[in-house]
Design a protein around this ligand. Structure first.
Ligand SMILES: [Zn+2]
Length: 69
């Protein structure tokens, strides 16, 4: 199963979710502020969840407009 990254639209917390192809994050719940409906993060690189605050890769300022699928 592919690993997807989702971001909370409220607090910006990101979570990594294993899910089947075709599923979305509308039913996912933020663990921090309990907002339901996370948005998928389209990342151009692998982000390690090792407590690193910043990554060196550039995701682009205009998410969704860069054409990544
Ligand atoms: Zn949140």
């Amino acid at each position: 199963m592919p690993l997807y990254e989702y971001e909370c639209p409220e607090c910006g917390v990101r979570v990594e979710v294993l899910q089947k192809m075709g599923e979305d994050g509308t039913a996912l719940k933020c663990q921090k502020c309990s907002v339901v409906g996370l948005r998928k993060v389209i990342s151009g690189c692998v982000v390690q969840t090792a407590g690193i605050g910043k990554t060196s890769c550039t995701l682009g300022g205009s998410s969704g407009a860069s054409g990544f699928t």
